[in-house]
Design a protein around this ligand. Structure first.
Ligand SMILES: Nc1nc2c(ncn2[C@@H]2O[C@H](COP(=O)(O)OP(=O)(O)OP(=O)(O)O)[C@@H](O)[C@H]2O)c(=O)[nH]1
Ligand SMILES: [Mg+2]
Length: 284
């Protein structure tokens, strides 16, 4: 399965961000904790240049604490500013604001010396569906930005002000123009950051089965009451369909429904909390 997805609206979005970055003090880079290295878009790194960055290891509720600690260690050892967060609850608001002040302290100090107060302007970036708009809403205790569990929900830029003297710029999610590493593209597809319509669902489901052949096999087998994952993909589909009762009358098994179920089950943690990327994959 080869994934290539770079719609016109992303070219436009990247151009918009290249302009907007000139007006901001810093970047909030939202990553999905399940696939941290896959969420790194080299185009964002070019965009950021020398602006201070606060990384959000978001959707942390979807991975095990022990796993996310590995990323915390990695980011700490690289001297990166980061917060492990679940974007929905807003529980980490205090620490996020503190870190924003910390990474902008030179700029704030300069204004303070002149007796002026300056708000912190931050551009929120990330690949699609990582929870950028959700984070902005929870930080501002509002529903000012539109959110949704599919990629490409945010299409334009939108400023949201917080009472704490922080202004956040929501931006559309963007992937790299080409995926050099198809493994990363696949992980983005698993977590719902690639538009569904360009993905052949049967192939995506097979890739998920392949993942479980080598990782967390017990969780997969337990969900579908399998003793093992058959090495033949058709047989694997047959067994899953049989156990879930996905039948097409007398015609056999409903493969489409089976494929959809595997993908949905993965995204709704039916196989448990799965972290796809581990720190050694962090390209730098
Ligand atoms: N479990 C969990 N779900 C989250 C979290 N953050 C966001 N979500 C869900 O992820 C989906 C995508 O959230 P959005 O905020 O729309 O993501 P986005 O990054 O703005 O997406 P685009 O605008 O499409 O780039 C929504 O269904 C959110 O409810 C989180 O921390 N934990
Ligand atoms: Mg959004």
């Amino acid at each position: 399965m080869h994934i290539q997805w770079y719609p016109g609206h992303m070219t436009k979005a990247m151009r918009m961000m290249q302009e907007a970055v000139k007006q901001v003090d810093c970047i909030i880079y939202v990553l999905d904790s399940r696939a941290v290295s896959s969420c790194i878009n080299p185009k964002f790194d070019e965009l950021i240049k020398d602006k201070p960055v606060l990384y959000i290891l978001g959707k942390s509720d979807l991975v095990e604490n022990e796993d996310i600690k590995k990323w915390s260690k990695e980011f700490s050892s690289k001297g990166k500013n980061f917060v492990v967060a679940d974007n929905i609850s807003g529980k980490q608001k205090g620490i996020i604001i503190d870190k924003l002040k910390k990474i902008n302290c030179e700029m704030l100090e300069k204004y303070a010396q002149k007796g002026a107060k300056k708000s912190i302007r931050a551009m929120v970036v990330g690949v699609p569906n990582t929870g950028k708009s959700t984070l902005i809403n929870s930080l501002s205790s509002s529903k000012k930005t539109i959110t949704g569990n599919r990629p490409g929900v945010t299409r334009g830029k939108q400023w949201v002000s917080l009472a704490e003297g922080v202004e956040l710029l929501d931006t559309p999610g963007a992937v790299p123009p080409a995926f050099e590493d198809q493994q990363k593209a696949l992980h983005l597809a698993f977590i719902g950051s690639i538009k569904e319509e360009i993905l052949p669902i049967d192939e995506l489901a097979i890739e998920i089965i392949n993942y479980f052949r080598t990782h967390d096999k017990e969780q997969f087998c337990s969900r579908y009451k399998l003793t093992d994952i058959p090495s033949d993909n058709v047989e694997a589909f047959d067994e899953i369909a049989k156990n879930r009762g996905y039948l097409l009358g007398k015609k056999g098994y409903d493969y489409e429904r089976t494929a959809k179920a595997i993908i949905t089950d993965f995204r709704s943690q039916k196989f448990g909390k799965i972290m796809l990327d581990y720190p050694e994959n962090l390209g730098e």
